[in-house]
Design a protein around this ligand. Structure first.
Ligand code: NAP
Length: 289
């Protein structure tokens, strides 16, 4: 789609969407915003969701999307905003809806009304960009919670996907002794190519037992009570995986280990950078249509 002259609705979201609004406006789009604070540069503020959607060629929702009651994620405003079928009817025919993940209360009316959904939660490009503020946020937490440097620390990174790769590489760049735990031989080969130690889960015990920091990126239970019991009392566990994480948090508490689930770091630690990445991907997905 051609952005110049098209109306694009941005509904809800946090500081990241400010960057999206700015980028859309810079591309010549006419941006209408709802469920956001009034007065944001580049957007015409609308009091209702329906007004923002009226005649829009595309709808941008925040990555967390809407809850089970179709309430839009809108942390910058006190009022609650909902999005329903009668709002979606006001979009232009065939207008795409971009969102992190669409719940049925959004996807069902969208499908019925012929609005294609573009779900960004598993967008590889966006996930790789987001792995950068995620890794930096994890490092910030590690530095704030321990009295040792990352340099010369012993760190274990569980999983070598998008977050694990960026984090392991960044830890190593700061002088940490990093061991990657990955189940795929190719991922362990990748870790080796990055100059990192790598092991499979059955052989991870020595690295886990020696670790100052354990960072989990695996969205399945991998840090079991049995493995946690082998860790040092001083070890800090930062779990980056989506809730409920990959750590047995109850066991960690029982054992007296500090284990923290750390969701949503890009928007918390670097909303401008994360917003620029989001804007880049949103504009690319819109102009490709
Ligand atoms: P990813 O690229 O899919 O990486 C996931 C890693 O977990 C892969 O190495 C994968 O290995 C491994 N894995 C998955 N299931 C496994 C299992 N049962 N046993 C062992 N390994 C397993 O995902 P990502 O983009 O790095 O994101 C990782 C997690 O962090 C996700 O839950 C994501 O939602 C979350 N996240 C959090 C933040 C934050 O701010 N905290 C930011 C971004 C993402 P295989 O290839 O072998 O499956």
């Amino acid at each position: 789609m051609q952005l110049a002259g098209s109306k694009v609705a941005v509904v809800g979201g946090d500081a990241r969407e400010r960057e999206v609004i700015a980028a859309l406006a810079a591309s010549g789009a006419v941006v209408s915003a709802a469920a956001r604070p009034p007065g944001e540069p580049g957007a015409t503020w609308c009091a209702t969701v329906g007004d923002a959607l009226a005649g829009a060629s595309a709808l941008i929702l925040p990555l967390p999307g809407v809850d089970v009651r179709a309430r839009v994620h809108a942390p910058l405003v006190a009022e609650q905003f909902f999005i329903n079928a009668s709002d979606l009817e006001r979009l232009l025919p065939g207008a795409p809806i971009l969102v992190g993940t669409a719940r049925p209360c959004l996807s069902e009316p969208a499908a019925r009304l012929g609005h294609p959904l573009v779900e960004l939660a598993e967008d590889d490009e966006l996930a790789i960009y987001n792995s950068i503020p995620t890794a930096e946020g994890a490092l910030q937490m590690a530095m704030e919670r321990r009295l040792i440097t990352i340099h010369d620390s012993r760190a274990v990174v569980l999983g070598l996907g998008r977050c694990g790769t960026t984090l392991a590489r960044t830890l190593a760049a700061l002088g940490s002794h990093v061991t990657v735990v990955a189940r795929k031989p190719a991922d362990r080969a990748r870790a080796f190519s990055l100059g990192l130690a790598a092991t499979d889960y059955p052989d991870a015990v020595p690295a886990l037992a020696a670790a100052d920091f354990i960072f989990n990126t695996v969205p399945s239970l991998v840090l079991t009570a049995k493995l946690l019991a082998l860790t040092r009392p001083e070890c800090l566990i930062i779990d980056l995986a989506s809730a409920p994480g990959g750590t047995d948090f109850a066991a960690a508490e029982r054992l007296g280990r500090e284990a923290v689930l750390a969701p949503g770091l890009p928007g918390k630690v670097a909303p401008v950078t994360a917003g620029r990445a989001l804007a880049r991907v949103v504009l690319a997905r819109l102009t490709a249509r």
